[in-house]
Design a binder for this molecule. Structure first.
Ligand SMILES: [Mg+2]
Length: 332
């Protein structure tokens, strides 16, 4: 645990440094408020600060106010060092955002107790943030496969389309559907079906680049967002994914299940403003074609200007439920 000390009085600062080091803390030491403020701005700033009230540069009180105004995600616990004569100003100190105070000359046991209280609060706060992040992740992920869920992958696509238009790069969307999935469920049971979905997701993730987005769009249908891919490269990449999916049968318990998938590819070309759902509709048409032509293959549907938005409008996401489902969405 790193602790910041800001204290202009040499003897008092040295004493603090020595005590904290003895207790096993890493100490970042400052002689004035300007140095303390600078340290607290850093990315991995100490989360606990012992600030002298009266010091040059900024006072401990001013640093409290500035820090609380910024309200960063990670909380900084502030212990204010005060002289006896400032006792009546303590309310002001707490209102400025200090968490606790210690009167100089301080008692070592008291300092230790106050630090413990501060660290406990910081730990609670870290747990709270971790729990919130966990909930956020759960809300964005598909629980079975761990991929982006439908809402998240649509957001990824929308974001990439906006970026692609701004940076003049194409954006490709791939719709993938596991072939005869209903039959897999009917023959081997739903647990085996789940295992197939999980293994197919793993194979998909292994065959994309780190900056591609892979999401479960629904049932056994997956949406893959590939920034920067034009028609040639998307066909190449989709073929690699198709081979990865059918490379070997999926082992689920004591059964091995052969798995293939059909792919529909579409590209939003450079300088085109295409809505995410329009691109998905194109990929969906291509997927339907791949199914119609015998499955376990990749089809491509070229962009037609009919899908473009009026000039001047920017591609915006207008709700997933509006997309017209083609027969390719049927569970087969
Ligand atoms: Mg001072």
């Amino acid at each position: 645990m790193r602790i910041l000390i800001a204290e202009d009085s040499g003897p008092s600062r040295l004493l603090l440094e020595r005590i904290l080091a003895d207790w096993g803390y890493q100490v970042v030491s400052c002689k004035d408020g300007a140095c303390a403020w600078q340290e607290l701005q850093k990315e991995n700033a100490p989360r606990l600060a012992i600030l002298d009230w009266m010091m040059p540069g900024y006072s401990g009180l001013e640093i409290c106010r500035m820090l609380r105004q910024k309200s960063p995600e990670a909380y900084t616990y502030i212990l204010l060092l005060t002289s006896k004569s400032q006792k009546e100003d303590l309310v002001e100190g707490m209102e400025a955002g200090a968490d606790d105070y210690l009167t100089k000359p301080f008692d070592q046991h008291e300092l230790r107790a106050r630090l413990r209280a501060g660290i406990r609060i910081l730990n609670l706060q870290a747990e709270l943030l971790a729990a919130r992040e966990e909930i956020r992740q759960q809300a964005m992920r598909d629980s079975l496969t761990g991929l982006w869920n439908r809402r998240s992958i649509l957001e990824v696509l929308t974001r990439e389309l906006v970026r692609g238009f701004r940076e003049r790069t194409p954006v490709a969307a791939l719709m993938m559907d596991l072939d005869h999935f209903k039959q897999i469920n009917d023959t081997y049971g739903h647990l085996a079906g789940d295992a197939v979905l999980q293994e197919a997701s793993r194979r998909l993730l292994n065959s994309v680049r780190t900056y591609d987005g892979v999401g479960r769009y629904g049932g056994e249908e997956f949406l893959i967002v590939l920034p920067g891919c034009d028609e040639t490269s998307i066909l190449h990449r989709a073929e690699a994914m198709r081979l990865a999916i059918c490379e070997s049968p999926v082992v689920a318990g004591d059964v091995t299940i052969p798995v293939t998938a059909s792919f529909g590819a579409a590209v939003c070309p450079v300088n085109c403003q295409l809505e995410s759902l329009a691109l998905i509709a194109l990929a969906d048409e291509a997927l339907y074609e791949a199914k119609r032509n015998g499955r376990n293959r990749v089809s491509f549907r070229g962009f037609s200007p009919a899908y473009s938005l009026p000039t001047g409008t920017s591609p915006t996401y207008s709700g997933a439920t509006d997309v017209a489902l083609s027969p390719a969405n049927e569970p087969d």
